[in-house]
Design a protein around this ligand. Structure first.
Ligand code: SF4
Length: 82
């Protein structure tokens, strides 16, 4: 997991992806992200991770188990229901 500019957050110490090849979370265009998403599903800090990615409008990779497109859909859904 790439460290944010202001340093890692406390929750990042518990991130599953710290122990696995980070390339899994940044698949090339056309490659699937299912392996990363499956690992995220077991991560104890998936909520914190997703919130952080949404807060910084992360444009690349799988965060909190969601791809960029899935995060964009979530943001749009939240806007519709707010
Ligand atoms: S939810 Fe996924 S990307 Fe986020 S910290 Fe956990 S394993 Fe890493």
């Amino acid at each position: 997991m790439p460290a944010p500019i202001d340093g890692p957050a406390d929750w990042e110490a518990d991130a599953i992806c710290r122990e696995v090849d980070p390339e899994l979370w940044f698949p090339d265009k056309g490659e699937h992200s299912k392996t990363a998403a499956a690992l995220c599903a077991h991560c104890p800090v998936d909520g914190e991770c997703l919130d952080a990615a949404l807060a910084r409008d992360e444009r690349y990779g799988v965060w909190g188990g969601l791809t960029t497109r899935q995060r964009d859909r979530l943001v749009a859904e939240r806007r519709r229901t707010a």
